[in-house]
Design a protein around this ligand. Structure first.
Ligand SMILES: [Zn+2]
Length: 96
């Protein structure tokens, strides 16, 4: 399936849409974002990968692998897309 965007397929599962905007998840201490559009987040991720190429030790990725519920309490990231999303979910639950 073709799309009109320039977002690489390898990026799509690392781009997360939250109530704050789009985040790009990284293996580093801080995720990138929020950005106004998925395209901006993708661009930022491309730049990030260029900067960190060769520096990055390939991890197992288990900490942020999606399906399991993200544990914000034990998360050590300083700017985390999944924590931002979890925060919004909590606010929504409290409000309703
Ligand atoms: Zn987190």
């Amino acid at each position: 399936m073709r799309t009109t965007t320039a977002i690489p397929p390898s990026h799509t599962k690392r781009l997360v849409h939250t109530a704050f905007g789009w985040y790009a998840m990284t293996r580093e201490q801080s995720d990138l974002g929020p950005f106004a559009s998925q395209q901006e987040a993708s661009n930022a991720l491309s730049r990030h990968i260029r900067v960190y190429r060769g520096v990055n030790i390939r991890g197992d990725g288990a900490a942020h692998s999606g399906l399991s519920l993200h544990d914000s309490a034990s998360c050590r990231k300083s700017n985390c897309a999944l924590c931002a999303e979890a925060h919004v979910l909590r606010q929504t639950l409290v409000a309703s």
